[in-house]
Every structure is written in C-alpha cells, then in structure tokens.
Design a protein around this ligand. Structure first.
Ligand code: ZN
Length: 380
C-alpha cells in the first residue's frame, strides 16, 4: 500500500523561509554574483556559453559555533544552511567507524568509513532531499521531479511524501528492484527512460512544459542538482571534522558521477577553513567506474561524452560536471577508479558508498597522478 495518495495535500502547509544570513548566490565558474532565486540550469551566463556551471550560496557571515549542542543530526548545523528549518526525517548524524585491519592492509595510518546508509532512506541523498523539497514548498511548487539511478529517487520520493507534494522519478532500465520498490512504496510515480541522457530530456519536458520543480540536473552537458539541496552535503564535512578532529583528515574518497557529493563536501571543508576551523583542506579523490573526470583533468573538454559500462549504477553515466572537476582541482586531489572486483561481485545489489571507495583503494584500476600517500588518514 502506498504511504499516501498521490494527489493528496496536507491540510496546512508548513511555512519555510530562507535564512536571513543568506546574502545571495554566485557562479562557481565565472564568479558572477546572482540574486537569490532558483537557477535550475545553473549560472545563466555560463549556460549561454555552453559551459553549464552550478551556483553556490553566499552568506553574510558564518556562525560562530559549528554544531548546535541542543540539536541532533543535520539539524545541528542549521545555522549554516540556506533554510534554518526544513522537512526533516532525522537525516545526518551517521556513524564514522575506524577500520583498523583494513588500514593496516592498505598501509595507511587510519581509515574510517562514514556510513551514510544509516540515513532515513539509506543514503547521503537525504541531506539533499530535505532542503530541496523545503525549497519547493517555499516557492509554492506542488510537484517535484528527479532523474535518478536509484538512491536519489528513493530519497526524494520519501521526502516528497513527507512534504505532501507530488513526486515523479525518471530512471533507466538499470534501476534496481530495491530502489523501484522504495520509490513506488513512497507514493511517487516512476518513469523508465531508455538511458540516462533520455532521462534528462524527459525531465526537461516536464520542467519547461508542465511546471514541475526539478530536484536534479536535466541539461546536457549537465550541471549539479538543486543548489539549495547541495548545501545539505556540507554537513558531511562538518560531522567528519567534529567526529575526527580538526586537521585529522588527509584524504576523502568520494564515489562520483555528477559530483554533487564531491562539491558539497568541498564547500563544507572550504567554509570550515574560511572560519579558521581547519588549516588545510582534505584532498577529495573522486572514485569513478571508468575514466570521465580523469580524462577531463588530462585535457578533454568537460562538455564531452565519455561512455563506459559498469554495474555500479549509482556512479554511472557518461558526462562530467564543472563542479566535480573543480572540487578536485581546488583540493589538489585526483581521480581513482572503482575496481572491477566490486563490479563482478555487485550483481543486483545496491553498492553502498563506503564499499565502492574501499575496494577501489585496494585495487586501483588505472594509475593516478597523485595517489593518496601511504601515511594518509583515509576516509571513505
Ligand atoms: Zn557563470
């Protein structure tokens, strides 16, 4: 039975308002400042140049305290978010666990797993969905759509149900039965497109012709997901620093396709450094199943198409975003490849974020210019 009737609406909508600390937005590529608003296609000037780029939030000032001791989970960092309250299902506050034997095996000083599977819908996407549906509610949207390979769709469907707005997830035939069930049980409509590029065309039509609020990219070449939602991923960086201590993280391995997670982590660490809460940015290594960002960092056009096949559907796709490459450049990191070992063993299973990173580090599939040092304290 569905959790809600598809057309149902709450009797009284909760009201949400942007934080008074939010000053405006700026483009992460050209630096132009932009008034507060919705930029579903990123910076208009960069889009018109055929180089889509995300926008970031600019704040009047950052809070003096990192985490509110009286709040739990992601709510601890509400003062750093574009909305100081949001549609919440208890996201964030996930465990960060040391894995000592594996650290010894791969020869690093310490290795931790951040278990984002403990979020309400089972992935880090909940940190994004909570703010994205809140933005949709704030501007009066009644229906929200996302292109998703699984985790993001399951997450958005759940949060849309909590917010009482209609939801449609556009996916591909590779969608796992687990995610298919999670999306439909939450009451969302599910549309299966031929491939990931066709997904974006379907979402484009829904957004531009039918007025749906887009939670994810629909451009090709792509831009990041909803910029208000991406702010939620900063809380991962905040939790890591609070859990492990300032300047205790040398490198983070980040499973990557369009780079939302990579960029959100970078923004979080960047803001911690800007407020003197850390000296040096951890290097953010993108983990990808076949060379895409790697090729861009070696000179290929970022707007190119980089086909490849993998059973790691959560980090599949053939395109690269500016935000993904920029986060790697800004932290002096690089790209590493998800191992074929996990490809063979994954089968129908949903491959979680930590698992992909871990196996990659054990079995790099192609050499990178800047490998994580053996003395590093890794975090996956
Ligand atoms: Zn721009």
């Amino acid at each position: 039975m569905n959790m809600r009737t598809k057309k149902s609406q709450p009797a009284v909508r909760e009201r949400y308002a942007l934080s008074a600390q939010l000053a405006g937005l700026s483009c992460i590529r050209c630096g132009r400042t932009l008034p507060l608003g919705d930029y579903f296609e990123g910076c208009p000037a960069c889009r018109d140049e055929g180089q889509p780029a995300a926008v970031r939030s600019e704040f009047h000032q950052f809070p003096t305290v990192l985490g509110n001791p009286d709040a739990r989970g992601m709510q601890r960092y509400a003062a750093w978010m574009p909305y100081s309250s949001w549609v919440s299902l208890g996201e964030g506050g996930t465990p960060c666990t040391p894995v000592r034997r594996l650290a010894d095996e791969v020869g690093v000083a310490a290795l931790h797993l951040k278990n984002e599977g403990m979020n309400p819908s089972g992935s880090h996407k909940d940190r994004v969905s909570c703010l994205t549906v809140t933005r949709a509610l704030d501007i009066g949207a009644t229906k929200i759509v996302a292109a998703s390979s699984g985790n993001g769709g399951a997450s958005l469907a759940l949060y849309a149900a909590a917010a009482g707005i209609e939801c449609c997830i556009v996916s591909t035939p590779a969608l796992s039965p687990i995610h298919r069930r999670a999306i439909t049980l939450a009451g969302a409509d599910l549309v299966i497109a031929g491939d990931s590029l066709e997904r974006w065309q379907l979402v484009t039509d829904m957004v531009t012709q039918q007025g749906w609020f887009p939670a994810t990219n629909y451009l090709n070449p792509p831009v990041g997901s909803n910029h208000f939602g991406i702010e939620g991923l900063k809380t991962l960086a905040f939790e890591l620093v609070e859990d492990l201590g300032r300047d205790s993280i040398d490198a983070v391995l980040v499973p990557t396709s369009r780079g939302d997670l990579l960029w959100g982590l970078y923004e979080g660490f960047r803001q911690l450094k800007a407020t003197a809460r850390m000296e040096t940015l951890p290097r953010l290594f993108a983990v990808e199943p076949f060379p895409r960002i790697d090729r861009v960092l070696h000179g290929a056009a970022i707007t190119g198409v980089f086909p490849g096949s993998t059973t790691l559907f959560s980090i599949g796709g053939s395109t690269v975003t500016y935000q993904a490459a920029e986060a790697i450049r800004q932290t002096g990191a690089n790209v590493v490849a998800a191992a074929c070992l996990i490809d063979r063993s994954a089968g129908e299973a949903d491959v979680g974020v930590p698992l992909v990173s871990l196996v990659q580090y054990k079995v790099p599939a192609y050499p990178s210019r800047s490998s994580p040092p053996r003395t590093a304290r890794m975090l996956c």
